[in-house]
Design a protein around this ligand. Structure first.
Ligand code: HEC
Length: 160
């Protein structure tokens, strides 16, 4: 290919990416906090809440904050996929609608994922440095989720 053809190919690709980006939006269907968010069923202090907001809410809530490059294909495709899957697995905005059994299971998973270093997803942390929680912040989150398993059980027996 000569130079001119190459630059045509380049321009076409760029235009394609920009146009595709307009059509690839995540459906943001709500807000982080509402009638059914996790704070209604788990006692959460503001530092834990802040860590969850920084590192988890973009993929595990009803609202995804995006930085500008999150909207560009192929990053946007990846994010959309992760958000849809992440939300389906665990949604902090809808946590109070889960059964007690499911809440306890998810809390157990939260501690496990954090202990294993699986969450927040490493690719996301690279792209969103504010999500890079310190070891101490992670440990606080792990303790929070483990304590919450017991407190949810207590609440549930009080209700029954
Ligand atoms: C970039 C998006 C993204 C971020 C940020 C993120 N997650 Fe996830 N999470 C996912 C996806 C996708 C899955 C499902 C696939 C998997 O398990 O790898 C998942 C799965 C999980 C699961 C497993 C649920 C189950 O029942 O198996 C837990 C628990 C979890 N995430 C907790 C967290 C916590 C806690 C944070 C913040 C510290 C976090 N995640 C940050 C995308 C994300």
């Amino acid at each position: 290919m000569n130079k001119k053809t190459l630059s045509y190919v380049g321009i076409t690709l760029l235009v394609g990416i920009v146009v595709a980006s307009f059509f690839d939006n995540i459906e943001n269907n709500g807000t982080w906090y509402g009638a059914n968010d996790y704070t209604h069923v788990i006692n959460t202090d503001s530092s834990v809440q802040k860590s969850i907001e920084l590192a988890c809410m973009d993929c595990h809530s009803n609202y995804t904050n995006r930085v500008w490059y999150d909207n560009i294909v192929p990053v946007s495709f990846l994010i959309k996929h992760h958000v849809n899957e992440g939300k389906h697995e665990l949604n902090f905005s809808e946590f109070a609608t889960y059964t007690v059994k499911k809440q306890k299971h998810k809390l157990h998973e939260i501690a496990e994922q954090l202990e294993a270093g699986e969450m927040p997803m490493s690719g996301y942390v690279t792209m969103h440095p504010t999500a890079n929680l310190s070891a101490a912040q992670k440990q606080t989150l792990i303790n929070w989720s483990k304590n919450a398993i017991d407190s949810i059980e207590l609440n549930a027996t009080e209700l029954n």
